[in-house]
Design a protein around this ligand. Structure first.
Ligand SMILES: *[C@@H]1O[C@H](CO)[C@@H](O)[C@H](O)[C@H]1NC(C)=O
Ligand SMILES: *[C@@H]1O[C@H](CO)[C@@H](O)[C@H](O)[C@H]1NC(C)=O
Ligand SMILES: *[C@@H]1O[C@H](CO)[C@@H](O)[C@H](O)[C@H]1NC(C)=O
Ligand SMILES: *[C@@H]1O[C@H](CO)[C@@H](O)[C@H](O)[C@H]1NC(C)=O
Ligand SMILES: *[C@@H]1O[C@H](CO)[C@@H](O)[C@H](O)[C@H]1NC(C)=O
Ligand SMILES: *[C@@H]1O[C@H](CO)[C@@H](O)[C@H](O)[C@H]1NC(C)=O
Ligand SMILES: *[C@@H]1O[C@H](CO)[C@@H](O)[C@H](O)[C@H]1NC(C)=O
Ligand SMILES: *[C@@H]1O[C@H](CO)[C@@H](O)[C@H](O)[C@H]1NC(C)=O
Ligand SMILES: *[C@@H]1O[C@H](CO)[C@@H](O)[C@H](O)[C@H]1NC(C)=O
Length: 531
C-alpha cells in the first residue's frame, strides 16, 4: 500500500519536461492499466475495490474520452503570478509529460468526440486550435453539437443567460460554436451532453438528491462521481451515484478537492496537497467456482418456531439514464441489479463478486445493501469498539480473513442488546456459517443450538446445528492464549441420531490438518445488511 505521505514531499517539479515517477509508483502504474481497463466493458463481477496511488502536485484533473488523464499544475510564488501547465499521463512509459511548456491553461476540457478546449489564466475559452471562443467564465463544458455552457466569472465581461432560454450566443473566431454564460453556479458536468449544475450554495439538482457538492463529474459511460461538501474538512469524501437506488454512496480510501471520472471504475482525484490519485480495480479476480452442491441442504424444514415470513424485495431492472442524443462515443451499458456497499474500506477483504454471493447466501434473503459497521486488522482495535457497533443491529455479517487464506464468517438475524448478552440466553431466528472464499453456507436447519452472543471475555460465538465459530470481533489474536480464554475457532457438526455432534472437518477452516479447528484472524469486517 502506497502511503500519501511518502509522496507528498517528493514533488513540485517545473523545470523538467517530464516527471519521471519513482520506481515504486511506476510499478503500481503498470498495475493500474487505466486505459486498458477503460476499454474493457466494465464487469461487475470483477472486484469493485478501488486502489489509490499518488502521482503529483496538481490543482485540476481531466480525463479525455479516450481515457487519457490530463492534470494542471499551478506553479506559484509570492513574487510572481501563478503559472499553469498542462501535463498528460503516458500510460506506456509511466511518465507525466508537459504538453507545451510555452502554453498555459487553468483547465482543459473535452467534448465527447475528444476535441480539446482550454481555459486560460485570463478566463477565456479556447478551441483545439487555441483560438479564443469567449472570455469571462470560470469554468465550462462543451457538447458534441458545439454548445458551450460557461459559468460566469465576476469580471463583468459576460451578460448572464438563463439555462431555459433558447438563446445561444455565437462564439468569436469560430461561429460554429454557440454559448451561454450562466450565473449562480459554481460547478458543472455534462451527463450525455445534458448539464448537471452545482448551485452557488453548493446544492446539486433535486434529481441528484440536492446533495451539497464541491465537484461533480460524469464519465463517458454515464457514471457519475462527486465530492461531498462537508464542514471543517480540507479534503472531501468521494461519492458515486448509484443508478439502481438513485442515491449517492460514499467511496472510502481517498478524498480530495477536484475530480474527473472516466467511467464506472476510473476516476482521478486531486487533493488539497495537490496530489493526484487514480482509481483502479485491484485486479480482475476470477470468480470462485460455485460449490453449493457440496453444502448441506439449506431449505429449512417447517418447524413451529422461528418461521418468519421474509419479504422479498424486487430491485427494479435498470439501465443507465436514457440518452437524449444518439450516443457517439459512449458505451451502452446495462447495470445489473447490485448490492450497494456502503463505506467499504479500500483494503477490503471482500470483492464485489463476494457481495453478490452474500446477497443471497442466507436462505430466504435477497439483500440489496451492505453497510460497514466495523473493520480492523489484527490487534489494532478493542473488543468494545467492535461490539458497540453491533448492539441492537439485526442482519449482521461478521467476516474475517484468516491465516488459512480464506474469508470465512457468519450471519445472524437477531440483534444482541448488550455486550454482556450470553450466547445461550436467547435463541436466534436465523444463522448461517459461511466460507465466502469457497462459497459454502451452513444454515441452521432446526432451532437447535441457534445462538449468537458472548462466549468468554474476549470472544463471541455463533452456533447452529451445522457448526460454530468463535471469534474475537475485533480481530484480536494472542497465539499464547488458550482456548478457554479465547482463540478463533471453527467447528462443524454432523447429525447423529438427531444430535448435532462435532465432526472434524476443514471445509470452513481450511486448515490442512483436519483435526485442527483453530484459525487466526488477519483482518475483519462487520456489515449490516438490508433487503
Ligand atoms: C494557484 O496558486 C495560487 C497561490 O497558491 C493561488 O492564489 C491561485 O488561486 C491558484 N490558482 C488556482 C486556479 O487554483
Ligand atoms: C512522453 O515523453 C516520453 C519521453 O520524452 C516520450 O517517449 C513519450 O512518447 C511521450 N508521451 C506522450 C504521450 O507524448
Ligand atoms: C480570435 O482569436 C484571437 C487569438 O486567440 C484573439 O486574439 C481574438 O481576440 C479573437 N477574436 C475575438 C473576436 O474574440
Ligand atoms: C468547525 O471548526 C470550528 C473551528 O475549529 C468550530 O468552531 C466549529 O464548531 C466546527 N464546526 C463543526 C460543524 O464541526
Ligand atoms: C463475469 O461474468 C461473466 C458472465 O456472467 C463471465 O463471462 C466473465 O468471465 C466473468 N468475469 C470475471 C472476471 O469473472
Ligand atoms: C434477488 O433479487 C434480484 C433483483 O430483483 C433478482 O434478480 C435475483 O434473481 C434475486 N435472487 C434470488 C435468489 O431471489
Ligand atoms: C437429524 O436427523 C434426524 C433423524 O435421524 C432428523 O429427525 C433431524 O431433523 C435431523 N436434524 C438435523 C439438524 O438435520
Ligand atoms: C486453503 O489453504 C491452502 C493451503 O493449505 C491454500 O493453498 C489455499 O489457497 C487456501 N484456500 C483455499 C480456498 O483453498
Ligand atoms: C492458523 O492459526 C492457528 C491458530 O493459531 C494454527 O493452529 C494454524 O496452524 C494456523 N494455520 C496456518 C496455515 O498458519
Amino acid at each position: 500500500m502506497i502511503s500519501k505521505s511518502l509522496f507528498s514531499a517528493l514533488f513540485l517539479v517545473s523545470s523538467t519536461l517530464a516527471i519521471q515517477l519513482s520506481d515504486v509508483l511506476q510499478k503500481s502504474r503498470v498495475q493500474l492499466q487505466w486505459k486498458q481497463e477503460a476499454t474493457n466493458k466494465f464487469s461487475w463481477n470483477a472486484t469493485q475495490e478501488l486502489k489509490w496511488s499518488v502521482a503529483n502536485a496538481f490543482i485540476d484533473v481531466q480525463t479525455s474520452p479516450d481515457g487519457d488523464v490530463y492534470a494542471i499544475q499551478n506553479i506559484s510564488s509570492e513574487m510572481s503570478q501563478p503559472k499553469y501547465h498542462i501535463y498528460m499521463y503516458d500510460i506506456t512509459t509511466n511518465v507525466w509529460n508537459l504538453t507545451d511548456p510555452a502554453f498555459q491553461a487553468k483547465a482543459i476540457r473535452f467534448d465527447r468526440l475528444g476535441s480539446k478546449f482550454y481555459l486560460t489564466p485570463e478566463n477565456c475559452v479556447l478551441n483545439n486550435q487555441k483560438q479564443t471562443l469567449l472570455c469571462g467564465v470560470s469554468d465550462f463544458e462543451v457538447t458534441v453539437d458545439k454548445k458551450i455552457y460557461g459559468l460566469i466569472d465576476n469580471s463583468g465581461r459576460q451578460q448572464a443567460d438563463t439555462l431555459s432560454s433558447s438563446i445561444w450566443k455565437t462564439a468569436s473566431n469560430d461561429s460554429s460554436y454557440t454559448y451561454k454564460a450562466l450565473a449562480g453556479y459554481k460547478g458543472i458536468t455534462l451527463l450525455k451532453d445534458q448539464p448537471i449544475l452545482i448551485n452557488q450554495d453548493g446544492r446539486v439538482d433535486a434529481q441528484y438528491g440536492s446533495e451539497k457538492l464541491i465537484s461533480i463529474s460524469a464519465g463517458i459511460d454515464g457514471s457519475l462521481w462527486a465530492l461531498l461538501d462537508e464542514i471543517n474538512v480540507t479534503d472531501y469524501t468521494v461519492l458515486k451515484w448509484q443508478t439502481v437506488s438513485q442515491k449517492w454512496y460514499k467511496i472510502t480510501g481517498v478524498s480530495g478537492v477536484s475530480l474527473s471520472s472516466y467511467n464506472e471504475i476510473s476516476v482521478a482525484i486531486v487533493d488539497s496537497k495537490g496530489l493526484l490519485s487514480l482509481s483502479s480495480q485491484v485486479g480482475h479476480q476470477d470468480e470462485a467456482a460455485y460449490v453449493v452442491e457440496t453444502a448441506p441442504p439449506t431449505i429449512a424444514p417447517s418447524t413451529t418456531q422461528s418461521q418468519t415470513t421474509i419479504p422479498q424485495t424486487t430491485i427494479a431492472p435498470t439501465t443507465i439514464a436514457p440518452t437524449t442524443n444518439p450516443p457517439t462515443t459512449t458505451v451502452p451499458t446495462t447495470v445489473p441489479p447490485l448490492p450497494i456497499v456502503l463505506s467499504q474500506p479500500s483494503n477490503s477483504i471482500l470483492t464485489h463478486s463476494d457481495f453478490k454471493w452474500l446477497q443471497t447466501a442466507v436462505t430466504g434473503k435477497n439483500f440489496t445493501e451492505f453497510s460497514l459497521l466495523f473493520s480492523a486488522t489484527k490487534n489494532t482495535k478493542s473488543l468494545a469498539e467492535a461490539v458497540n457497533t453491533i448492539l441492537g443491529k439485526s442482519d449482521v455479517f461478521v467476516l474475517m480473513r484468516t491465516n488459512t487464506s480464506v474469508v470465512i464468517g457468519f450471519y445472524y438475524k437477531t440483534a444482541i442488546a448488550q455486550a454482556s448478552d450470553n450466547y445461550l440466553s436467547s435463541n436466534n431466528e436465523l444463522t448461517a456459517l459461511l466460507s465466502v472464499t469457497k462459497q459454502l453456507r451452513f444454515m441452521g436447519i432446526t432451532d437447535q443450538n441457534r445462538h449468537f452472543g458472548l462466549f468468554n471475555n474476549n470472544r463471541y460465538i455463533l452456533l447452529n446445528d451445522q457448526g460454530g465459530m468463535t471469534f474475537g470481533l475485533n480481530c484480536y489474536v494472542d497465539s499464547t492464549i488458550d482456548m478457554t480464554l479465547g482463540k478463533d475457532r471453527v467447528r462443524q457438526y454432523k447429525n447423529v441420531s438427531g444430535n448435532a455432534l462435532y465432526e472434524p472437518n476443514n471445509q470452513l477452516s481450511n486448515n490442512s490438518d483436519i483435526n485442527n479447528d483453530f484459525v487466526e484472524c488477519q483482518q475483519i469486517e462487520i456489515y449490516q445488511a438490508k433487503q
